[in-house]
Design a protein around this ligand. Structure first.
Ligand code: ATP
Ligand code: MG
Length: 200
């Protein structure tokens, strides 16, 4: 009987890459969900980050695009994302939004939305998180129908997570999973300041 041939380093690498590719491949039975985290209570972005971590752990490709947020490049989640090799993309700092110049805000929102749209349509991502995009509807910066059209024709199996207060009714209607965070207590209300690891 002949000895089985030793696998070369190159062969082993190809097998490893093949297995990783299989793990990444979307489940044929997967149904892409539109998930909305809304309401006035804390936890909308935090819950979206939970999905980011969970899907990353499944070797899925995930990206979070953040509207509105203040300079967040060094917040805990951004530090973690850099180490994980996950993209969290800020779309303009909190200071650049709400400039009282509606046209400028609208242009910033539209530019941010174009990046979201490209991420969705690229087919590169299994999960796309649009953090705080609902404010763009509240302030009339983005056309909800246009966003719904892009969601409707997104790559099959892709999940999109949307966070922000006051999610508009047609978005809630369209979504598959909607959760309303409701405040029962919040430490800010009793004067406790932001805590590292909890808020930033
Ligand atoms: P988080 O990012 O902590 O999950 P969130 O996404 O639910 O919060 P946002 O509407 O994005 O909430 O607001 C972000 C900031 O507002 C956070 O600092 C958060 O603690 C604060 N915040 C959220 N809910 C409340 C509340 N009910 N009362 C006071 N502050 C709040
Ligand atoms: Mg948030």
């Amino acid at each position: 009987m002949t000895e089985p041939a030793e696998l070369s380093e190159e062969g082993r690498k190809r097998i490893r890459e093949g297995l990783a590719e299989m793990r990444r491949r979307p489940d044929r039975h997967a149904k892409g969900l539109v998930i909305v985290n809304t309401g006035d209570g804390k936890g909308k972005t935090t819950a979206a980050l939970g999905i980011l971590m969970r899907s990353w752990g499944r070797d899925m490709k995930v990206v979070m695009l953040q509207f509105i947020k203040h300079q967040s490049a060094n917040w805990g989640e951004s530090r973690a994302a850099r180490r994980m090799g996950v993209e969290i993309i800020p779309l303009g700092s909190g200071f650049t939004w709400m400039s009282k110049d509606l046209e400028r805000d609208r242009a910033l929102a539209r530019a941010g939305w174009q990046r979201c749209r490209e991420a969705i349509e690229s087919g590169q991502y299994d999960v796309v998180i649009l953090d705080e995009i609902t404010y763009c509807f509240t302030y009339g910066w983005l056309d909800l129908d246009e966003v719904l059209d892009v969601l409707r024709s997104r790559p099959p199996g892709q999940h999109v997570v949307i966070t922000g207060r006051n999610a508009p009714a047609p978005l809630i209607e369209f979504a598959d999973l909607v959760t309303e965070m409701r405040e029962i207590k919040h430490p800010f209300k009793s004067g406790v300041k932001e805590q590292k690891g909890i808020e930033f």
